[in-house]
Design a protein around this ligand. Structure first.
Ligand SMILES: Cc1cc2nc3c(=O)[nH]c(=O)nc-3n(C[C@H](O)[C@H](O)[C@H](O)COP(=O)(O)O)c2cc1C
Length: 386
């Protein structure tokens, strides 16, 4: 029998859970986009887009809008309504998610022998936040005679954000260095750096820091309210939206109807639901065997896009190596209530002078998790202008 306690435990894993089964007779399958993406597409750009939409992105808002231009190019825009203004006031993380999208697009085009050129912000870099101008224009260019692709592109459909507790087994230095190489292999386009620690004392400090930042976010009303907007409860809601953070468990609909998982409950840090969530998220932090962080030199919109491209490469390489990863971004966020922990994070991670820490991730070995929902390619295409 499903008990309230049982449901709260599922909820704790909140953004842990992702639906992968069908959403009901008339509803789309939230995991459909992950199976053989673009298989039926004759247009290479649509094939590449079917892969790009599988990119990691904050809260799974999928903030992408695309114009299929004449010829062999696409233009990427940010869907400005899919940003996270409270926790991401500079659109830094949303821009990283766009960088992830571009890297997967490029890799998927590479499967067909194309080596696209990516022009960032062709109408100028927006500042201080993203605006209606394009984020990038990507041109396929000529097909190469001997395509050799990217070795990790097969991981595009296997990569996951893993919000399960990790095993005590610690990834070793050789493995972690190989992940650094996957990112550094981007060459001059990426001017940041990647670091890791698996050393017990440093890991203990990092666990404590990420945990306190998570707890701070829970206790910051604006942040909790923003996350609430992107939670999707139960199969039907997940299948209707195909975005956001899925929370599914048998009986969850009943608790929603009873008002025990409503907005008030979920933005109250002292509610039973959130006490249970906090206990389980603390366990996720405290079982982290190692951490990786990625920086960019400077923090311009272009540097953020390249950080996103680097993160995508890292995520695929980790998946290829059988490692589970899970970003913990709270201490990197630029809102006022996080300012002291942000400063503590910088002191602790000690990025090179002039660098911004763009991603902080726990890494280890964990059980498989299902894919998160995606809306499909048609949902991100802008209607052609009249
Ligand atoms: C810039 C960025 C920041 C993220 N921060 C977090 C985070 O703090 N906590 C978390 O659980 N997931 C975080 N994620 C992971 C996203 O929530 C995840 O990519 C999204 O839900 C889609 O799921 P998927 O990666 O399994 O496809 C982050 C992803 C990106 C790109």
């Amino acid at each position: 029998m499903t008990t309230r306690r049982h449901v709260l435990e599922w909820l704790a894993a909140a953004p842990v859970l992702s639906a992968c089964s069908g959403g009901g007779a008339d509803l789309p399958d939230p995991a459909a986009a992950w199976r053989d993406p673009g298989a039926a597409e004759a247009d290479v750009r649509r094939f590449a887009l079917a892969h790009a939409i599988l990119a990691p992105n904050p809260h799974n808002t999928q903030p992408w809008l695309v114009d299929l231009d004449d010829g062999d190019a696409i233009t990427l825009y940010c869907d400005l309504d899919r940003r996270l203004p409270f926790t991401d006031p500079l659109d830094r993380q949303i821009t990283i998610g766009c960088g992830c999208f571009l890297e997967l697009y490029r890799m998927a085009a590479g499967m067909g022998g194309y080596w696209p050129t990516i022009e960032f912000f062709p109408e100028g870099e927006p500042t201080p936040r993203l605006d209606t101008r394009p984020i990038a224009r990507v041109t396929l260019g000529p097909q190469q005679q001997q395509p050799n692709g990217y070795p990790t592109s097969a991981q595009i459909t296997r990569r996951r954000t893993n919000r399960k507790p990790f095993e005590a087994r610690v990834p070793d230095a050789t493995m972690l260095d190989e992940l650094v190489n996957a990112v550094v292999g981007m060459g001059e386009e990426y001017t940041g750096a990647m670091f890791w620690t698996n050393e017990a004392a440093r890991v203990a400090q990092a666990r404590d820091l990420v945990w306190r930042a998570w707890d701070r976010e829970l206790r910051t009303e604006g942040a909790a309210a923003e996350t609430y907007e992107w939670l999707r409860f139960g199969r039907e809601e997940i299948a209707r939206h195909l975005d956001g953070l899925s929370i599914d468990a048998p009986g969850i609909g009943i608790f929603r109807i009873l008002g025990q998982l409503d907005r008030e409950e979920l933005i109250d840090p002292n509610s039973e639901a959130n006490k249970t969530a906090a206990r389980d998220w603390r366990e996720l932090a405290m079982t982290s065997p190692a951490f990786v962080w990625l920086t960019s030199n400077g923090d311009t919109p272009g540097a953020r896009l390249n950080a996103g491209r680097a993160y995508a490469r890292f995520a695929l390489a980790a998946s290829d190596a059988g490692l589970a990863i899970h970003p913990w971004s709270q201490a990197l966020q630029e809102y006022q209530e996080m300012a002291d922990l942000y400063a503590e994070m910088r002191t602790f991670l000690a990025p090179p002078e002039g660098d911004t820490v763009q991603m902080l991730v726990r890494i280890g070995y964990g059980q498989d998790v299902p894919p998160s929902p995606r809306r499909g390619v048609d949902a991100i295409l802008r209607p052609p202008s009249p």
